[in-house]
Design a protein around this ligand. Sequence first.
Ligand code: FAD
Length: 373
Amino acid sequence: MSRYDYLIVGAGITGAIFAHEARRAGKTCLVIDRRKHTAGNMYTRTVSGIEVHEYGAHIFHTSDRDVWNYVNRFAEFNNYINSPIARYKDELYNMPFNMNTFSKMWPDVVTPTDARKRIAAQIAAEDIAEPTNLEEQALSLVGRDIFEKLVRGYTEKQWGRSCSELPAHIIRRLPCRFTYDNNYFNDRWQGIPIGGYTKLIDRMLEGTEVKLNTEYRDLVAQTPDIADRIIYCGPIDGFYDYELGTLEYRSLRFETEELEEENYQGVAVVNYTEREVPYTRIIEHKHFEFGAQDTTVITREYPADWKPGDEPYYPVNNERNMQLYQRYAARAAAEDRVVFAGRLGEYRYYDMDKAVAAAFRLVQAELGHEPAA
Ligand code: FAD
């Protein structure tokens, strides 16, 4: 007889929501994670009173009322608004591209009409009918000045290739806002859980048995009948021993240090848009929670090639990978007691709110109730 109704592999937000709802439905659950902590990629750890976003800056934003209400049951969110700065050499620009950006880039641009005209003239000067690569695509969307200062270097660092070698479809839009609004997101709700994401996830997991430092494969080798059903939030190709091939990711490397100063850059996120600076961003974590500590913690973020065994961050959604994923998904559909979920199980980039919404659908399909109700 199985010891649990559900084994949930992965203590990220997907696994935690499922565990919470399964427990509410009277099911017994065991959550495992191979890492030494809960919260998956949303994990935050406390350094000198500052919540450090260990796997990259995480800002919660959503327009889904059910999702927003649900996460607010587990944490109080602050009123952080993401307004990143782009730094090109010693010039600073507001993001996303808006009237503040345009009037700084071109001092004679004062009104939205001036900005529209200037961008249109820059686009016309490029005279690109059918963009054949990312460089041409970006030039045909925003023109030369914005491309050279704010797009080229950042994108080339992100992808490890020159913009002229990258396919045009990577950038479909480069939104320009003709208002003085530096709020990066258009969503209705936005914020950071006060006290960090780990606390939020741990509240979801309250009352559920959690085993950390535990690899799925090792656990089932010892106890094959540990649970009736398995919710697998790990990489789908790994589950099948990469038998059909390996799904590819882009990775990141983080360099974190605590500094003996109160305020390093005055904002949580600075994008470094010139090619010569090897990192893409510096995150100063205290600003996510308006911290007033005497010291500060910063993280430099370096894009990195990925090889099997590295931390998977961004799925590479090209044709090869999508076809391979479809083949794994077909296998997964034939499983009678394993369900694949989350960003790794479904091999797709999910913002947190979309991961929450997907977890709701999983709960509905598996447990037959609506978490948001
Ligand atoms: P995860 O958090 O990855 O959890 C899966 C867990 O499964 C992991 O802890 C892993 O250790 C465990 N696991 C895997 N395989 C096994 C195994 N075989 N045995 C045991 N355990 C296993 N979203 C936003 O909305 N806003 C942001 O600002 C934002 N920033 C991001 C920045 C970066 C750099 C990245 C990569 C993502 C960002 N996201 C952001 C997305 C967010 O991280 C995801 O939506 C979220 O982490 C998805 O949660 P998950 O539970 O599906 O996966």
